[in-house]
Design a protein around this ligand. Structure first.
Ligand code: SAM
Length: 191
């Protein structure tokens, strides 16, 4: 497959190719590191990663000392398998943080709101550029929209790193005031 098809494929573009099963795209650690630098959560904050895949985000939380619960609908060999985030018992946690399957992003937002804990989701940059999401934005306004100022390579596992592929934003809902818009630097890349 050509690079452009890879890029289109993971960003949800219209190609003849199917997206991988359950939208399993592991998040390169620096994307999670950037969010955690921004959030600066107090030590002891517990985090639920409810679509943990192979644990690429969970391992960043754990590496920073946060008690972390990891689950996934699939058996990925990491965390607790067979847990459909949209229809499961709620795990005890202070925060929910994940990179949801893109096709279910809106359902994940609704479910997180229903649970009522602060949460952060990694989304495509264009996520809010859709008329049908206008009401969602109005009713569940994020407290922060945090564009990544680089393009994470979600195929870094298969391809050993390389081509930047997708513009992303972190969206945070923590119940605080007006929506902050704050681009994030790539950790470790200097100023
Ligand atoms: C884009 S991958 C992200 C994996 C991991 N969060 C990461 O960032 O590396 C999406 C994950 O969501 C899982 N998933 C899909 N539907 C789900 C659901 N309804 N409940 C829980 N996990 C789900 C998939 O199995 C997959 O591991």
């Amino acid at each position: 497959m050509t690079d452009s098809l890879f890029g289109s494929r993971i960003s949800g573009g219209n190609t003849a190719y199917e997206r991988v099963g359950s939208d399993f795209y592991p998040t390169p650690p620096e994307a999670t590191e950037a969010l955690m630098d921004y959030l600066a959560l107090p030590s002891g904050t517990t985090i639920w990663e409810p679509a943990c895949g192979e644990g690429h985000m969970s391992e960043v939380f754990i590496g920073r000392g946060y008690p972390t619960v990891s689950s996934d609908i699939n058996d990925t060999g990491y965390g607790q398998p067979g847990i459909d985030f949209l229809d499961c018992d709620i795990r005890e946690s202070d925060w929910i943080i994940t990179n949801p399957p893109f096709a279910l992003a809106e359902s994940f937002i609704a479910r997180c709101n229903e649970i009522g804990k602060p949460f952060a989701l990694l989304l495509k940059s264009q996520f809010w550029h859709a008329r049908r999401r206008f009401d969602l934005f109005e009713t569940h306004k994020p407290s922060a929209i945090l564009p990544l100022t680089w393009r994470p390579d979600f195929l870094f596992k298969q391809r050993g790193g390389g081509s930047p592929l997708m513009d992303c934003i972190w969206c945070v809902w923590d119940g605080s005031g007006e929506t902050i818009y704050q681009p994030l630097r790539r950790p470790g890349k200097g100023r």
